[in-house]
Design a protein around this ligand. Sequence first.
Ligand SMILES: Cc1ncc(COP(=O)(O)O)c(C=O)c1O
Length: 465
Amino acid sequence: MTNNYFDLIDQTFYFPQDGFDIENGYLLFNGIPLIHLIRKYGTPLRISYLPKIRSQVKRARNMFARAMNTSGYSGKYYFCYCTKSNHFRYVLEEVLELGADLEISSSYDIDLIRSLYKKKKLNKDITIVCNGFKPENYLSKIADLINDGFHNVIPVCDNFHEVDYYEKNVKGEVQLGIRIATEEEPNFEFYTSRLGIRHSQIVQFYQEKIASNPRFKLKMLHFFVDKGIKDSLYYWGELKKAIRLYCELKPQAPDLTAINIGGGMPIRNSLGFEFDYKYMVKEIVKMIQDACEEAGIPEPDIYTEFGKYTVGESGATIFSVIAQKQQNDSEMWYMIDNSLMTTLPDTWGIGERFILLPINKWNNDYRRVNIGGLTCDNSDYYNSEVHESQVYLPTISPNDEEPLYLGFFHTGAYQDAISGYGGIKHCLIPSPQLILIDKDEQGNLVDWVHSEHQTPESMLKLLGY
Ligand SMILES: Cc1ncc(COP(=O)(O)O)c(C=O)c1O
Protein backbone atom coordinates (compact mmCIF):
# COMPACT_ATOMS: atom_id res chain seq x y z
CA MET A 1 0.00 0.00 0.00
CA THR A 2 1.34 3.43 -0.93
CA ASN A 3 1.44 6.23 1.56
CA ASN A 4 1.59 9.41 -0.48
CA TYR A 5 -0.72 12.39 -0.13
CA PHE A 6 -2.42 11.87 -3.49
CA ASP A 7 -3.41 8.32 -2.52
CA LEU A 8 -4.76 9.52 0.80
CA ILE A 9 -7.08 12.00 -0.92
CA ASP A 10 -7.96 9.62 -3.71
CA GLN A 11 -8.88 6.88 -1.23
CA THR A 12 -10.80 9.18 1.13
CA PHE A 13 -12.80 11.08 -1.50
CA TYR A 14 -13.66 10.89 -5.10
CA PHE A 15 -10.82 12.83 -6.78
CA PRO A 16 -10.41 14.76 -9.05
CA GLN A 17 -13.73 16.46 -8.58
CA ASP A 18 -15.62 19.57 -9.66
CA GLY A 19 -13.21 22.52 -9.43
CA PHE A 20 -10.16 20.51 -8.28
CA ASP A 21 -7.66 18.55 -10.32
CA ILE A 22 -3.94 17.86 -10.54
CA GLU A 23 -1.72 18.77 -13.50
CA ASN A 24 1.99 17.93 -13.54
CA GLY A 25 1.89 17.37 -9.79
CA TYR A 26 0.29 20.78 -9.00
CA LEU A 27 -3.27 21.59 -7.99
CA LEU A 28 -5.68 23.24 -10.42
CA PHE A 29 -8.61 25.24 -9.01
CA ASN A 30 -11.38 25.68 -11.58
CA GLY A 31 -8.72 25.01 -14.21
CA ILE A 32 -6.41 27.72 -12.80
CA PRO A 33 -2.79 26.56 -12.42
CA LEU A 34 -2.31 28.02 -8.97
CA ILE A 35 1.43 27.46 -9.00
CA HIS A 36 1.75 30.00 -11.84
CA LEU A 37 -0.05 32.61 -9.74
CA ILE A 38 2.15 31.82 -6.75
CA ARG A 39 5.31 32.16 -8.84
CA LYS A 40 4.04 35.40 -10.35
CA TYR A 41 2.67 37.10 -7.23
CA GLY A 42 4.13 35.30 -4.20
CA THR A 43 2.16 34.43 -1.07
CA PRO A 44 0.05 35.10 0.96
CA LEU A 45 -2.46 35.40 -1.80
CA ARG A 46 -6.21 35.87 -1.88
CA ILE A 47 -7.74 35.06 -5.24
CA SER A 48 -11.18 35.53 -6.65
CA TYR A 49 -12.36 33.66 -9.75
CA LEU A 50 -15.10 35.78 -11.28
CA PRO A 51 -16.75 33.20 -13.60
CA LYS A 52 -17.76 31.21 -10.51
CA ILE A 53 -19.83 34.14 -9.20
CA ARG A 54 -21.69 34.31 -12.50
CA SER A 55 -22.30 30.57 -12.67
CA GLN A 56 -23.66 30.47 -9.11
CA VAL A 57 -26.23 33.20 -9.85
CA LYS A 58 -27.33 31.33 -12.97
CA ARG A 59 -27.42 28.02 -11.13
CA ALA A 60 -29.70 29.36 -8.40
CA ARG A 61 -32.04 30.87 -10.95
CA ASN A 62 -32.13 27.63 -12.95
CA MET A 63 -32.95 25.55 -9.90
CA PHE A 64 -35.87 27.77 -8.91
CA ALA A 65 -37.09 28.08 -12.50
CA ARG A 66 -37.08 24.30 -12.92
CA ALA A 67 -38.79 23.63 -9.60
CA MET A 68 -41.43 26.26 -10.35
CA ASN A 69 -42.03 25.11 -13.92
CA THR A 70 -42.37 21.44 -13.08
CA SER A 71 -44.86 22.09 -10.30
CA GLY A 72 -46.79 24.78 -12.20
CA TYR A 73 -45.96 27.44 -9.59
CA SER A 74 -47.48 30.77 -10.55
CA GLY A 75 -45.22 33.16 -8.61
CA LYS A 76 -41.84 34.44 -9.82
CA TYR A 77 -38.33 33.95 -8.42
CA TYR A 78 -36.11 36.94 -7.55
CA PHE A 79 -32.41 36.53 -6.87
CA CYS A 80 -31.10 39.18 -4.47
CA TYR A 81 -27.40 39.32 -3.66
CA CYS A 82 -26.64 39.78 0.02
CA THR A 83 -23.98 42.50 -0.07
CA LYS A 84 -22.54 41.82 3.37
CA SER A 85 -21.07 38.53 2.21
CA ASN A 86 -18.63 40.44 0.00
CA HIS A 87 -18.86 44.18 -0.65
CA PHE A 88 -16.10 44.48 -3.25
CA ARG A 89 -17.15 46.43 -6.30
CA TYR A 90 -16.04 43.68 -8.68
CA VAL A 91 -18.54 41.29 -7.02
CA LEU A 92 -21.40 43.80 -7.09
CA GLU A 93 -20.73 44.59 -10.73
CA GLU A 94 -20.77 40.90 -11.67
CA VAL A 95 -24.13 40.23 -10.03
CA LEU A 96 -25.69 43.47 -11.24
CA GLU A 97 -24.69 42.68 -14.80
CA LEU A 98 -26.81 39.54 -14.46
CA GLY A 99 -29.77 41.61 -13.27
CA ALA A 100 -29.61 40.56 -9.62
CA ASP A 101 -31.43 42.60 -7.01
CA LEU A 102 -29.79 43.50 -3.69
CA GLU A 103 -30.22 42.87 0.01
CA ILE A 104 -28.46 45.33 2.31
CA SER A 105 -27.85 45.68 5.99
CA SER A 106 -26.47 49.11 6.87
CA SER A 107 -26.49 52.78 5.99
CA TYR A 108 -23.10 52.40 4.30
CA ASP A 109 -24.57 49.93 1.84
CA ILE A 110 -26.65 52.83 0.58
CA ASP A 111 -23.50 54.87 -0.12
CA LEU A 112 -22.30 51.90 -2.11
CA ILE A 113 -25.59 51.82 -4.04
CA ARG A 114 -25.32 55.54 -4.76
CA SER A 115 -21.82 55.00 -6.11
CA LEU A 116 -22.96 52.16 -8.38
CA TYR A 117 -25.87 54.30 -9.56
CA LYS A 118 -23.50 57.14 -10.47
CA LYS A 119 -21.44 54.68 -12.50
CA LYS A 120 -24.65 53.48 -14.21
CA LYS A 121 -24.22 49.94 -12.89
CA LEU A 122 -27.78 49.95 -11.59
CA ASN A 123 -30.91 52.03 -12.08
CA LYS A 124 -33.86 53.11 -9.97
CA ASP A 125 -35.89 49.99 -10.84
CA ILE A 126 -33.66 47.71 -8.81
CA THR A 127 -35.21 46.01 -5.81
CA ILE A 128 -33.33 46.80 -2.61
CA VAL A 129 -34.34 44.78 0.42
CA CYS A 130 -33.20 46.72 3.50
CA ASN A 131 -32.66 44.42 6.46
CA GLY A 132 -31.27 44.88 9.92
CA PHE A 133 -31.90 46.99 12.98
CA LYS A 134 -31.86 50.53 11.67
CA PRO A 135 -30.25 53.46 13.48
CA GLU A 136 -31.21 56.95 12.34
CA ASN A 137 -28.49 57.28 9.65
CA TYR A 138 -29.72 54.06 8.00
CA LEU A 139 -33.40 55.08 8.23
CA SER A 140 -32.67 58.49 6.77
CA LYS A 141 -30.73 57.10 3.82
CA ILE A 142 -33.53 54.62 3.10
CA ALA A 143 -36.06 57.47 3.14
CA ASP A 144 -33.82 59.53 0.82
CA LEU A 145 -33.52 56.64 -1.64
CA ILE A 146 -37.30 56.22 -1.82
CA ASN A 147 -37.83 59.98 -2.08
CA ASP A 148 -35.25 60.07 -4.90
CA GLY A 149 -37.31 57.65 -6.99
CA PHE A 150 -35.81 54.23 -6.17
CA HIS A 151 -39.32 52.81 -6.29
CA ASN A 152 -38.52 49.21 -5.36
CA VAL A 153 -36.87 49.82 -2.02
CA ILE A 154 -38.35 47.47 0.57
CA PRO A 155 -37.46 48.29 4.17
CA VAL A 156 -37.98 45.10 6.13
CA CYS A 157 -39.29 46.07 9.56
CA ASP A 158 -37.22 44.75 12.39
CA ASN A 159 -39.38 46.26 15.16
CA PHE A 160 -42.61 48.18 15.81
CA HIS A 161 -41.04 51.66 15.72
CA GLU A 162 -39.28 51.63 12.37
CA VAL A 163 -42.39 52.60 10.43
CA ASP A 164 -42.84 55.82 12.45
CA TYR A 165 -39.74 57.20 10.75
CA TYR A 166 -41.03 56.34 7.26
CA GLU A 167 -44.40 57.90 8.05
CA LYS A 168 -42.71 61.20 8.90
CA ASN A 169 -39.93 61.21 6.32
CA VAL A 170 -41.05 59.42 3.15
CA LYS A 171 -43.19 61.55 0.86
CA GLY A 172 -45.17 58.92 -1.06
CA GLU A 173 -45.94 55.22 -0.68
CA VAL A 174 -43.65 52.82 1.16
CA GLN A 175 -43.50 49.14 0.27
CA LEU A 176 -42.67 47.31 3.46
CA GLY A 177 -41.49 43.92 4.55
CA ILE A 178 -41.77 42.32 7.95
CA ARG A 179 -39.06 40.06 9.28
CA ILE A 180 -40.21 37.13 11.37
CA ALA A 181 -37.94 36.54 14.37
CA THR A 182 -37.21 32.84 13.97
CA GLU A 183 -36.71 30.44 16.84
CA GLU A 184 -33.10 29.32 17.18
CA GLU A 185 -32.02 25.68 17.04
CA PRO A 186 -32.80 23.90 20.32
CA ASN A 187 -29.12 23.63 21.32
CA PHE A 188 -28.42 27.36 20.84
CA GLU A 189 -27.72 29.83 23.64
CA PHE A 190 -31.00 31.72 23.29
CA TYR A 191 -34.45 30.87 22.03
CA THR A 192 -35.51 33.58 19.64
CA SER A 193 -33.44 35.58 17.16
CA ARG A 194 -32.96 39.26 18.10
CA LEU A 195 -33.61 40.10 14.45
CA GLY A 196 -37.19 40.68 13.41
CA ILE A 197 -40.55 40.84 15.14
CA ARG A 198 -41.90 38.05 17.31
CA HIS A 199 -44.05 35.63 15.38
CA SER A 200 -46.99 36.12 17.74
CA GLN A 201 -46.95 39.93 17.30
CA ILE A 202 -46.78 40.19 13.54
CA VAL A 203 -50.50 40.24 12.78
CA GLN A 204 -51.02 42.89 15.49
CA PHE A 205 -48.09 44.92 14.09
CA TYR A 206 -49.57 44.74 10.60
CA GLN A 207 -53.02 45.83 11.77
CA GLU A 208 -51.87 48.63 14.06
CA LYS A 209 -49.00 50.11 12.14
CA ILE A 210 -49.35 49.20 8.46
CA ALA A 211 -53.00 48.53 7.56
CA SER A 212 -54.00 51.74 9.29
CA ASN A 213 -51.79 53.87 7.05
CA PRO A 214 -52.88 54.24 3.41
CA ARG A 215 -49.31 55.09 2.31
CA PHE A 216 -47.95 51.78 3.62
CA LYS A 217 -48.12 48.60 1.55
CA LEU A 218 -47.03 45.35 3.08
CA LYS A 219 -45.30 43.57 0.20
CA MET A 220 -42.99 40.98 1.72
CA LEU A 221 -42.81 38.55 4.60
CA HIS A 222 -39.18 37.84 5.44
CA PHE A 223 -37.80 34.75 7.08
CA PHE A 224 -34.20 33.68 7.61
CA VAL A 225 -32.81 30.82 9.60
CA ASP A 226 -29.29 31.74 10.61
CA LYS A 227 -28.11 28.13 10.64
CA GLY A 228 -28.87 27.93 6.93
CA ILE A 229 -30.98 25.84 4.59
CA LYS A 230 -30.78 22.24 5.76
CA ASP A 231 -32.80 19.11 5.30
CA SER A 232 -33.60 19.03 9.01
CA LEU A 233 -36.79 18.95 11.06
CA TYR A 234 -35.80 22.32 12.51
CA TYR A 235 -35.47 24.04 9.12
CA TRP A 236 -38.69 22.61 7.71
CA GLY A 237 -40.52 23.46 10.94
CA GLU A 238 -39.46 27.12 10.82
CA LEU A 239 -40.27 27.40 7.12
CA LYS A 240 -43.69 25.87 7.66
CA LYS A 241 -44.44 28.41 10.43
CA ALA A 242 -43.44 31.28 8.15
CA ILE A 243 -45.63 30.02 5.31
CA ARG A 244 -48.59 29.58 7.65
CA LEU A 245 -48.15 33.17 8.77
CA TYR A 246 -48.05 34.29 5.13
CA CYS A 247 -51.34 32.44 4.53
CA GLU A 248 -52.88 34.09 7.59
CA LEU A 249 -51.77 37.59 6.60
CA LYS A 250 -52.52 37.46 2.89
CA PRO A 251 -56.36 37.69 3.14
CA GLN A 252 -55.98 40.89 5.22
CA ALA A 253 -53.00 42.33 3.31
CA PRO A 254 -53.86 42.63 -0.38
CA ASP A 255 -50.44 44.03 -1.36
CA LEU A 256 -48.58 41.09 0.16
CA THR A 257 -47.12 39.21 -2.82
CA ALA A 258 -43.68 38.02 -1.73
CA ILE A 259 -42.06 35.62 0.67
CA ASN A 260 -38.34 36.08 1.25
CA ILE A 261 -36.54 32.97 2.48
CA GLY A 262 -33.25 34.82 3.12
CA GLY A 263 -29.83 33.29 2.57
CA GLY A 264 -28.21 30.21 4.01
CA MET A 265 -27.74 28.06 0.92
CA PRO A 266 -24.65 26.02 1.86
CA ILE A 267 -21.44 25.65 -0.14
CA ARG A 268 -18.83 22.92 -0.35
CA ASN A 269 -16.61 23.03 2.72
CA SER A 270 -15.09 19.59 2.25
CA LEU A 271 -14.31 17.29 -0.67
CA GLY A 272 -16.85 14.95 0.90
CA PHE A 273 -19.63 17.58 0.96
CA GLU A 274 -23.01 16.29 -0.12
CA PHE A 275 -26.09 18.45 -0.43
CA ASP A 276 -28.96 17.86 -2.81
CA TYR A 277 -29.61 21.43 -3.97
CA LYS A 278 -32.30 20.50 -6.49
CA TYR A 279 -34.23 18.46 -3.94
CA MET A 280 -34.11 21.26 -1.36
CA VAL A 281 -35.30 23.91 -3.80
CA LYS A 282 -38.04 21.62 -5.09
CA GLU A 283 -39.24 20.92 -1.54
CA ILE A 284 -39.22 24.61 -0.57
CA VAL A 285 -41.26 25.54 -3.63
CA LYS A 286 -43.65 22.63 -3.07
CA MET A 287 -44.17 23.44 0.60
CA ILE A 288 -45.13 27.04 -0.25
CA GLN A 289 -47.34 25.89 -3.11
CA ASP A 290 -49.20 23.25 -1.07
CA ALA A 291 -49.87 25.65 1.81
CA CYS A 292 -51.20 28.34 -0.53
CA GLU A 293 -53.42 25.85 -2.32
CA GLU A 294 -54.86 24.69 0.99
CA ALA A 295 -55.44 28.30 2.12
CA GLY A 296 -56.94 29.24 -1.26
CA ILE A 297 -54.53 32.12 -1.86
CA PRO A 298 -52.24 32.91 -4.81
CA GLU A 299 -48.66 31.67 -4.60
CA PRO A 300 -46.20 34.41 -3.62
CA ASP A 301 -43.11 35.46 -5.51
CA ILE A 302 -40.09 33.90 -3.84
CA TYR A 303 -37.06 36.05 -3.00
CA THR A 304 -33.72 34.70 -1.84
CA GLU A 305 -30.71 36.58 -0.48
CA PHE A 306 -27.87 34.14 -1.08
CA GLY A 307 -24.53 35.56 0.00
CA LYS A 308 -22.18 32.71 0.72
CA TYR A 309 -23.66 30.66 -2.13
CA THR A 310 -23.06 33.47 -4.62
CA VAL A 311 -19.51 34.36 -3.77
CA GLY A 312 -18.02 31.76 -1.39
CA GLU A 313 -16.83 29.23 -3.95
CA SER A 314 -15.15 31.90 -6.09
CA GLY A 315 -12.48 32.52 -3.45
CA ALA A 316 -9.26 30.88 -2.32
CA THR A 317 -6.53 31.90 0.09
CA ILE A 318 -3.01 30.60 -0.36
CA PHE A 319 -0.18 30.53 2.15
CA SER A 320 3.39 29.22 2.18
CA VAL A 321 4.61 26.95 4.92
CA ILE A 322 7.71 28.79 6.13
CA ALA A 323 8.87 26.38 8.83
CA GLN A 324 7.98 23.22 10.70
CA LYS A 325 8.20 22.87 14.46
CA GLN A 326 8.05 19.59 16.34
CA GLN A 327 6.75 20.66 19.76
CA ASN A 328 6.47 17.21 21.34
CA ASP A 329 6.58 13.64 20.09
CA SER A 330 3.23 13.84 18.36
CA GLU A 331 2.59 17.52 17.60
CA MET A 332 4.09 18.91 14.44
CA TRP A 333 3.37 22.53 13.52
CA TYR A 334 3.47 23.91 9.99
CA MET A 335 3.99 27.65 10.36
CA ILE A 336 2.44 29.74 7.58
CA ASP A 337 3.36 33.20 6.29
CA ASN A 338 0.16 34.91 7.49
CA SER A 339 -2.59 34.40 10.05
CA LEU A 340 -5.62 32.12 10.01
CA MET A 341 -7.22 34.08 12.78
CA THR A 342 -7.11 37.42 10.99
CA THR A 343 -7.27 36.42 7.31
CA LEU A 344 -9.83 33.60 7.69
CA PRO A 345 -11.54 34.80 10.88
CA ASP A 346 -14.43 32.33 10.67
CA THR A 347 -11.95 29.50 11.33
CA TRP A 348 -11.39 31.03 14.74
CA GLY A 349 -14.68 32.78 15.51
CA ILE A 350 -17.21 30.10 14.58
CA GLY A 351 -15.00 27.07 13.91
CA GLU A 352 -15.74 27.25 10.17
CA ARG A 353 -13.96 24.67 8.01
CA PHE A 354 -12.85 25.25 4.43
CA ILE A 355 -11.55 22.85 1.82
CA LEU A 356 -7.83 22.65 2.59
CA LEU A 357 -5.46 21.21 -0.01
CA PRO A 358 -1.76 21.56 -0.75
CA ILE A 359 -0.87 23.12 -4.09
CA ASN A 360 2.29 21.01 -4.50
CA LYS A 361 4.07 17.94 -3.11
CA TRP A 362 1.12 15.60 -3.74
CA ASN A 363 3.57 12.73 -4.24
CA ASN A 364 5.21 13.17 -0.82
CA ASP A 365 4.26 11.04 2.17
CA TYR A 366 1.66 12.62 4.40
CA ARG A 367 1.57 13.33 8.11
CA ARG A 368 -0.73 14.75 10.75
CA VAL A 369 -0.04 18.44 11.45
CA ASN A 370 -1.34 21.58 13.12
CA ILE A 371 -1.22 24.70 11.00
CA GLY A 372 -0.03 27.73 12.93
CA GLY A 373 -0.50 31.41 12.08
CA LEU A 374 1.91 34.26 12.69
CA THR A 375 0.07 36.08 15.45
CA CYS A 376 1.09 35.30 19.02
CA ASP A 377 -2.44 34.15 19.75
CA ASN A 378 -3.02 30.67 21.05
CA SER A 379 -6.14 30.46 18.90
CA ASP A 380 -4.37 31.16 15.62
CA TYR A 381 -4.36 27.58 14.37
CA TYR A 382 -6.21 25.12 12.16
CA ASN A 383 -6.11 21.41 12.91
CA SER A 384 -9.36 19.75 11.98
CA GLU A 385 -11.50 19.15 8.92
CA VAL A 386 -15.22 18.60 8.48
CA HIS A 387 -14.88 14.84 8.21
CA GLU A 388 -12.22 14.30 10.91
CA SER A 389 -10.69 16.14 13.80
CA GLN A 390 -7.22 16.21 12.32
CA VAL A 391 -5.36 17.62 9.35
CA TYR A 392 -3.06 15.61 7.11
CA LEU A 393 -0.62 17.29 4.73
CA PRO A 394 2.41 16.27 2.69
CA THR A 395 5.68 15.89 4.57
CA ILE A 396 8.35 18.51 3.95
CA SER A 397 12.08 18.69 4.38
CA PRO A 398 14.14 21.77 5.32
CA ASN A 399 16.22 21.14 2.18
CA ASP A 400 13.28 21.42 -0.23
CA GLU A 401 13.81 24.04 -2.90
CA GLU A 402 10.13 24.80 -3.17
CA PRO A 403 8.14 25.42 0.03
CA LEU A 404 4.85 23.67 0.62
CA TYR A 405 1.96 25.89 -0.48
CA LEU A 406 -1.43 25.50 1.20
CA GLY A 407 -4.74 26.53 -0.29
CA PHE A 408 -7.89 27.19 1.70
CA PHE A 409 -10.72 27.06 -0.82
CA HIS A 410 -14.19 28.59 -1.02
CA THR A 411 -13.18 31.48 1.20
CA GLY A 412 -14.90 34.16 -0.91
CA ALA A 413 -17.67 35.08 1.55
CA TYR A 414 -17.43 37.09 4.79
CA GLN A 415 -13.69 36.59 5.46
CA ASP A 416 -12.61 39.97 4.01
CA ALA A 417 -15.48 41.78 5.71
CA ILE A 418 -14.99 40.22 9.13
CA SER A 419 -11.21 40.56 9.04
CA GLY A 420 -11.54 44.18 7.88
CA TYR A 421 -9.53 43.76 4.69
CA GLY A 422 -6.71 46.29 4.61
CA GLY A 423 -7.24 47.41 8.20
CA ILE A 424 -5.34 47.01 11.45
CA LYS A 425 -5.21 43.42 12.56
CA HIS A 426 -3.84 41.33 15.41
CA CYS A 427 -0.04 41.59 15.72
CA LEU A 428 -0.12 43.85 12.63
CA ILE A 429 -0.36 40.85 10.34
CA PRO A 430 -1.27 42.36 6.97
CA SER A 431 -4.05 41.46 4.55
CA PRO A 432 -2.80 39.36 1.64
CA GLN A 433 -2.80 40.81 -1.83
CA LEU A 434 -5.95 40.19 -3.82
CA ILE A 435 -5.78 38.85 -7.36
CA LEU A 436 -8.77 38.65 -9.66
CA ILE A 437 -9.06 36.00 -12.36
CA ASP A 438 -11.45 35.95 -15.28
CA LYS A 439 -11.73 34.43 -18.73
CA ASP A 440 -11.32 36.58 -21.82
CA GLU A 441 -13.51 36.30 -24.91
CA GLN A 442 -11.43 33.40 -26.22
CA GLY A 443 -11.85 31.56 -22.93
CA ASN A 444 -8.26 32.15 -21.80
CA LEU A 445 -7.57 32.84 -18.15
CA VAL A 446 -6.51 36.39 -17.32
CA ASP A 447 -5.37 37.65 -13.95
CA TRP A 448 -4.62 41.05 -12.45
CA VAL A 449 -3.87 42.66 -9.10
CA HIS A 450 -6.89 44.16 -7.36
CA SER A 451 -5.07 45.16 -4.13
CA GLU A 452 -1.35 44.95 -3.41
CA HIS A 453 0.03 43.41 -0.21
CA GLN A 454 -0.92 45.74 2.61
CA THR A 455 2.04 48.02 3.32
CA PRO A 456 3.51 49.08 6.68
CA GLU A 457 2.84 52.71 5.67
CA SER A 458 -0.89 52.08 5.28
CA MET A 459 -1.03 50.51 8.73
CA LEU A 460 1.00 53.25 10.40
CA LYS A 461 -1.23 55.85 8.83
CA LEU A 462 -4.35 54.24 10.29
CA LEU A 463 -2.60 54.11 13.65
CA GLY A 464 -1.82 57.81 13.58
CA TYR A 465 1.95 57.59 13.04
C1 LIG B 1 -31.00 38.70 6.49
C2 LIG B 1 -29.93 37.92 5.84
N1 LIG B 1 -30.10 37.51 4.57
C3 LIG B 1 -29.15 36.82 3.93
C4 LIG B 1 -27.98 36.47 4.55
C5 LIG B 1 -26.95 35.72 3.76
O1 LIG B 1 -26.70 34.46 4.27
P1 LIG B 1 -25.75 33.48 3.46
O2 LIG B 1 -24.49 34.19 3.21
O3 LIG B 1 -25.61 32.32 4.37
O4 LIG B 1 -26.47 33.14 2.19
C6 LIG B 1 -27.75 36.86 5.87
C7 LIG B 1 -26.50 36.52 6.54
O5 LIG B 1 -26.25 36.74 7.67
C8 LIG B 1 -28.76 37.61 6.54
O6 LIG B 1 -28.60 38.00 7.81
